[in-house]
Design a protein around this ligand. Structure first.
Ligand code: NAP
Length: 497
């Protein structure tokens, strides 16, 4: 057993365990960091996971139809390609299995502490003093956040919701004990989760009413199984699989970026593609009108589905566009006064995009809370670090989510950058490094300037942006640029101690 885990398991409430590196979270970010550290022969680390299993969002979300919008061969680590992905787009279960496979293959289990929720982490001038909710303490030189941002379900704030007498649950908290067979089901919301759930449950319910506040831009998914023969080919010739990954990498990055540019020809073409698809799938012009978005493609997350639109053609499925005014014990009342009697309400209402600072009380130099450092807007150094928070690294932190390609590209780049930063500090003979504040400010100004060119800059109420229309979630450039920017740390951008 590794030093980190053996000592952590014997820790008590009074004596802190010392490790070199503490990673918060065992989703794909935490798993990636752990594997890369081991590959660099760094084994003195611990992964702190608040839940009882690994996999992060792919552990938590288990609703019917859950899948990833990114092709499986790109939604996997570049160092752990998988020849036998059975579907072009992986299901949630397949990704969760992939996470578990990585944990097993790279012997990560001994590093992972389950049911270990970090309450606070404070930098004492040399070490990060980490406190878990159960009182245990850990002292680490380096703190890595793999906390993710979309795991706090947003329950809709609707009058009377609590009084509903039937079953009611959020997509991220799916009640697998509740059979929908023959039930009258209401779905609130029409984002990425709803677009997947609706077709998956349409056969079971006796009726489904979908309550839409804004229509989604939906594109054909063209989902298919990857034939056995192709899987065998990839097993025999892994270079072909890598070539395919590069093809997907470039295709998604180039087309995705072009189509998300404000007022671009590709953006207009995307809109035509989606509207043409809607026209082919839905014959009723009134229904088509209701399903037509009134904002730019990409301002909210684009959805892909082969059967979302066509599900509305079924006689027992109805789209309600009148706003919800209240919920009572029997169902939902809309703003026209019409009452919709229901047995089950599914909240496909998304998540609170909480920042790391809201999840864990992180305090940097002189006890300054991260929440305070971000009081005027969340910003980071190259998406990974924050001035005055030495040896603190964030994976999929501010401005590193993309709406057009695989998050794993970002995670891998950030992890490798983080390791190079640690090696740089070591080479220079220092224990800690942190980014310079002036560079960070300039970096963010340039980032937000580039954001203005993108359709997801705001104006449509997407979760990407804050009330002040500040987008601290998405990366406004290509994945290629992201990788290049994080290729190697530049000594002049850091302070060492
Ligand atoms: P979402 O995109 O935030 O969508 C939430 C939906 O609920 C929206 O249609 C929203 O309407 C509606 N809504 C929220 N509160 C409401 C209320 N009080 N009354 C009526 N409608 C309400 O959430 P999501 O679908 O769970 O997706 C969240 C994110 O998770 C995605 O953006 C994506 O990053 C990720 N995800 C990815 C996949 C995938 O890979 N396929 C699948 C699921 C989720 P408005 O638009 O008007 O606010």
């Amino acid at each position: 057993m590794d030093q980190a885990s053996s000592s952590a398991q014997t820790s008590s409430a009074t004596s802190p365990v010392r490790v070199r590196i503490a990673i918060m979270g065992s989703g794909l970010s935490g798993i990636c960091a752990a594997i890369r550290l081991r590959k660099k022969q760094i084994t003195d680390f611990i992964v702190l996971e608040k839940a009882s299993g690994v996999g992060g969002t792919w552990r938590d979300n288990s609703y019917p139809g859950i899948a990833c919008d990114v092709p499986a061969h790109l939604y996997s680590f570049s160092f752990e390609l998988k020849p036998d992905w059975p579907h072009f787009y992986p299901s949630g279960r397949e990704i969760h299995d992939y996470c578990q496979m990585c944990v097993d293959k790279y012997h990560l289990a001994s590093h992972i502490q389950l049911n270990a929720q970090v309450e606070s982490a404070e930098f004492d001038g040399r070490y990060w003093q980490i406190r878990l909710t159960d009182g245990r303490r850990i002292e680490a030189s380096v703190l890595i956040s793999g906390l993710g941002g979309l795991h706090s379900p947003k329950h809709p704030d609707i009058e009377g919701l609590e009084s509903f007498a039937g079953d009611r649950f959020h997509t991220a908290e799916w009640n697998h004990n509740c059979s929908l067979e023959g039930k009258r089901v209401g779905i609130i919301g029409t984002g990425a989760s709803s677009v997947q759930v609706l077709p998956a449950i349409a056969d079971q319910a006796s009726s489904i009413k979908v309550f839409q506040r804004s229509a989604a831009w939906v594109f054909p998914r063209i989902a298919h199984k990857i034939p056995e023969s192709r899987q065998a080919l990839y097993r025999r010739h892994p270079w072909l699989m890598r070539l395919n990954r590069w093809r997907l990498w470039l295709r998604l990055d180039i087309l995705g970026m072009l189509s998300l540019r404000r007022d671009s020809r590709m953006n207009r073409r995307s809109a035509r593609l989606s509207l043409g698809y809607l026209e082919r799938k839905v014959k009723d012009p009134e229904l088509r009108k209701k399903l037509t978005p009134d904002y730019e493609v990409g301002c909210k997350r684009r959805c892909i589905s082969d059967d979302y639109f066509s599900t509305f053609n079924q006689p027992h499925v109805e789209l309600i566009t009148d706003a919800i005014s209240s919920v009572d014990k029997d169902g939902i009342r809309d703003e026209t006064g019409q009452h919709h009697s229901l047995d089950v309400i599914i909240e496909a209402t998304g998540f609170h995009p909480i920042s790391i600072a809201d999840q864990v009380a992180i305090r940097g130099r002189e006890g300054k809370p991260l929440s305070q450092a971000w009081a005027d807007g969340i910003k980071s150094f190259r998406t990974v670090m924050v001035p005055n928070f030495p040896n603190f690294f964030m994976l999929l932190g501010p401005n590193s989510i993309t709406g057009h390609t695989s998050a794993l590209i970002m995670i891998e780049s950030q992890v490798d950058y983080m390791i190079k930063c640690l090696m740089l500090a070591e080479r220079e003979g220092y224990n800690c490094l942190e980014p310079k504040a002036d560079f960070t400010d300039g970096y963010n100004e340039r980032l937000q300037k580039d954001m203005k060119r993108m359709t997801f800059d705001g104006g449509c109420g997407a979760w990407y942006t804050t009330d002040r229309n500040h987008n601290f979630t998405l990366w406004p450039r290509s994945a290629m640029l992201f990788v290049l920017e994080l290729f190697a740390p530049n000594r002049s951008e850091f302070l060492f101690s």
